[in-house]
Design a protein around this ligand. Structure first.
Ligand code: SF4
Length: 228
């Protein structure tokens, strides 16, 4: 069974092919220079925040004790396996009693992206398996150390659909569409070489997935355009 982590969810919302390639390779995904800068900034945010709030690293079982802030809890359930950034105790019913945990993440930028929101929705969905409650909100700590709340209920269906699709990658791999994220992705060379080999329309500048599908329906491929 493929183990899904927040890293795969982030990748999926950048490019589903990236998540597919990450899950299908035995080698660890190598961060690009840009991703390394963001990752280091994220680590710094996490360190500063956890020191300031006096949060500790615990095993996930500690949640039964109702501790108020938990950093780095290890989550291993079903096909999910990762360390949670930070969990905050909140008032409300759950399997634990009259409290539950909402997830938080640290980011290495000051702008909250779609991937960040979806990562939180993913964390809340996995936490639901443990605590019997989907936290309808979560928070992001940005590079400046500011906390921003994110509403998760509107994202629940979308994250479920994404997980479902990821779990079916083995039988249904996502198509290759070069996109604006490619320059920041370690698979850039691999994908460009594949596109050249396949003589794909995706190599054309600024062409969208919708346009490619529409051309293909009409039987138009890159070689046809070159001949024209
Ligand atoms: S190089 Fe581009 S198409 Fe390939 S996995 Fe990365 S983002 Fe996706």
């Amino acid at each position: 069974m493929q183990l899904i982590s927040p890293q795969h969810i982030t990748a999926y919302f950048q490019c589903s092919r990236k998540a597919y390639l990450m899950l299908s390779t035995v080698n660890k995904y190598e961060l690009t220079d840009y991703e390394t800068i963001i990752f280091k900034a994220k680590e710094k945010t996490a360190k500063t925040y956890c020191q300031k709030s006096n949060a500790q690293n615990y095993e996930i079982d500690i949640l039964n004790n109702g501790i108020s802030i938990v950093c780095g809890a290890k989550i291993r359930i079903d096909c999910f396996d990762f360390d949670c950034n930070v969990l905050y105790r909140k008032e409300g019913n759950s399997k634990f009693g009259n409290y539950y945990y909402e997830p938080g993440i640290f980011i290495g930028t000051n702008k909250i992206s779609k991937e960040n929101r979806m990562e939180l929705a993913f964390l809340s969905l996995v936490l639901e398996k443990i605590q019997g409650k989907f936290s309808d909100s979560a928070f992001v700590v940005n590079k400046k150390g500011e906390r921003h709340r994110v509403k998760l209920n509107p994202l629940k269906d979308e994250i479920k659909k994404a997980i479902n699709e990821i779990q079916k990658f083995k039988d249904n791999s996502p198509r290759l569409f070069l996109n604006k994220h490619c320059e920041q992705c370690s698979f850039c060379e691999l994908c460009k070489n594949q596109a050249v080999r396949e003589d794909g329309l995706t190599l054309l500048n600024r062409i969208t997935q919708k346009q490619i599908k529409s051309f293909e329906k009409k039987g138009i491929f890159r070689s046809c355009l070159k001949l024209g």
